[in-house]
Design a protein around this ligand. Structure first.
Ligand SMILES: O=C([O-])CC(=O)C(=O)O
Ligand SMILES: [Mg+2]
Length: 236
């Protein structure tokens, strides 16, 4: 049995493609494959970590009509206190290797954005996977925030969702994610590897990547290309 730290260090060597092929080898074809609507906010985001799950629910109460900005500030503050109660379950002690996974139950709303990205980057999370919306997308990319989401939107989460549960199994882009499952994200999408099979995938992923590097190294030579970091993943 590997420690989580040993496991994640090893899994970070592999591409989602290698890990997915390894899941295939174990008979788990597409069991952890999130819907392809789950995309990185920009090319080049890659991370792996352990799921911290958040479930939000469709808003039940009617929204208020505010007549003054003071009234609106108070109302929005109340709404945010409700929706964002998960923020303080993440801190500098537990954030390392954590991937926040949010299920918005199919509701529109930019629960993620350029401010909460900075909050979570300060705390030290590995990444964020939102089955739902991210807004302030341009700023979030300027900040180099590690965000995957199924939609971009300018809308807020206020008036659209409300508090659900934290640390329970969720449905995230078509896959059941349990707290502690391994979340693997790169330009191809997001793969969920249940913790209980995560050590078993390694030998198969290693085979896939070793074979790939061998074949592609030959192509690089044939084409007169300089080797790059994609051929050096196993040296990390
Ligand atoms: O209001 C929110 O929390 C979502 C948002 O726009 C941000 O994080 O910048
Ligand atoms: Mg914002």
């Amino acid at each position: 049995m590997m420690t989580n730290q040993e496991l994640i260090k090893e899994l970070r060597k592999y591409r989602c493609a290698d890990l997915s092929d390894a899941m295939d080898a174990l008979g788990l074809v597409d069991k952890g494959t999130m819907d392809e609507k789950m995309r990185p906010l920009r090319p080049g985001i890659e991370f792996k970590g352990f799921a911290h799950t958040v479930k939000l629910l469709p808003k039940q109460d009617k929204v208020k009509t505010c007549k003054t900005v003071e009234e609106w500030r108070e109302e929005l503050g109340k709404g945010c206190n409700d929706i964002y109660n998960f923020v303080d379950t993440v801190n500098e002690e537990n954030a390392k290797d954590m991937v926040i996974c949010i299920d918005m139950d199919g509701i529109r709303g930019g629960v993620w954005g350029s401010e909460i990205s900075l909050t979570m980057m300060e705390r030290g999370v590995e990444g964020v996977v939102v089955d739902g919306g991210c807004r302030d997308s341009y700023e979030t990319n300027v900040e180099k925030a590690p965000v995957f989401c199924t939609r971009r939107t300018f809308t807020h989460a206020y008036g659209r969702v409300q508090r659900g549960q934290i640390g329970v199994p969720i449905n995230c882009a078509g896959v059941t994610v349990k707290p502690g499952d391994v979340i693997c994200a790169d330009d191809d999408g997001v793969l969920v590897i249940p913790r209980e099979v995560a050590e078993d995938v390694i030998q198969f992923a290693k085979m896939q990547l070793e074979d790939d590097i061998k074949v592609r190294t030959q192509h690089y030579q044939n084409l007169g290309l300089e080797p790059d970091e994609t051929l050096e993943r196993l040296m990390k």
